[in-house]
Design a protein around this ligand. Sequence first.
Ligand SMILES: NC(=O)c1ccc[n+]([C@@H]2O[C@H](COP(=O)([O-])OP(=O)(O)OC[C@H]3O[C@@H](n4cnc5c(N)ncnc54)[C@H](O)[C@@H]3O)[C@@H](O)[C@H]2O)c1
Ligand SMILES: O=C(O)C(=O)C[C@@H](O)[C@H](O)[C@H](O)COP(=O)(O)O
Ligand SMILES: [Zn+2]
Length: 360
Amino acid sequence: MQTLQVALPQRHYPIHIGPGVMDDASLLAPHIAGRQVMIVTNDAVAAWYLERLKATLAGYELAEVVLPDGEAAKTLDHVELIWDALLAAGFNRRATLIALGGGVVGDMTGFAAACYQRGVGFIQIPTTLLAQVDASVGGKTGVNHPRGKNMIGAFHQPRAVIVDTDTLATLPARELSAGLAEVIKYGLIHDIAFLDWLEVNMAALRRLETGPLSEAIRRSCEIKADIVVEDETEQGIRAHLNLGHTFGHAIETAMGYGSWLHGEAVGAGMVMAAGLSQRLGWIDEASFERVERVVEAAGLPRHMPSAINADRFLSLMHLDKKVFDARLRLILLKPLGQACITDEVGESAVRELLEGWPRR
Ligand SMILES: NC(=O)c1ccc[n+]([C@@H]2O[C@H](COP(=O)([O-])OP(=O)(O)OC[C@H]3O[C@@H](n4cnc5c(N)ncnc54)[C@H](O)[C@@H]3O)[C@@H](O)[C@H]2O)c1
Ligand SMILES: O=C(O)C(=O)C[C@@H](O)[C@H](O)[C@H](O)COP(=O)(O)O
Ligand SMILES: [Zn+2]
């Protein structure tokens, strides 16, 4: 097992990474305030892991909420179900919520915890690669709105993150690829040596080889933790973690949540951001082609959906939470391996990119 710390100024919490860590009650116990524990999961993950986690938590006053699966279920209605269940169980301010699942379950559980009786503790047990390397760390919680992605939410940090790498054995290959998008993101924005390493190890990662997989998770969590510690509430550098997301969230919203996975939309969005960076002369053609190749090697799309025309795409991009004073603020590469945030890119340049971009 490896342990990292997210050392925020006011409080810090561990990320424990390793096989079987979900079965170790001693890793959970220090982060459970009272006796009341509610496990929040979805029907797909429950079938694999709920009984196992309940066995680890034997002795606590346990309750559970099993939500429907999928991005389309990341709604306020489903968070209300969690609050209903907490009240029905008589859970108080010392209750602890545990998110068992991917980023959808994690984001909703965190938001439910942020609001219940004005804030109770929660623990993340992420079971997708995407949630293990990104969504479970850093305290962004919330739900989608039909008009825009993650529009309702709060910052609420977990008490601990328990990354059981064994859970990836049951993850569908498409979901593994989606998680690799966020892993690639860390190389692109922050660590060119990690990008080099990913290019060499991509096939091994897709084969679920344990050594490379643990290293990819560890390094991703380390980079994310460092950025979150520097800028918890995204006043500055944390926005770099949004590379590809202004494009990606527009795709997810336009296509109806769930038809494109978040990681797929981010994969395509990162290639689009690289394309724009190249047009501005901030990265060269060879660097752009590296981004294309690594995204494709992860099994991710680089095209945009043919169903979205440039007008609709641009209007969805303007819903992005980084937009101020009606100006797009984009995360671009300058150079490869370093991100920058800019509001200097005119709408006409983005439109030109969108109009010329390969569609499918
Ligand atoms: N809070 C953050 O910082 C942050 C960061 C990145 C993404 N997100 C959010 O996370 C969400 C995407 O997360 P995701 O990719 O984990 O999607 P997800 O939560 O929908 O999980 C993907 C699929 O895998 C299934 N699954 C989960 N674990 C499994 C396992 N071990 N074995 C078999 N099946 C399993 C799920 O039931 C689901 O069908 C998006 O809503 C995105 O906005 C949040
Ligand atoms: O943690 C962050 O900060 C991120 O931006 C990580 C992203 O991968 C993640 O998808 C996040 O939920 C996007 O946040 P949003 O504020 O753009 O909705
Ligand atoms: Zn993301």
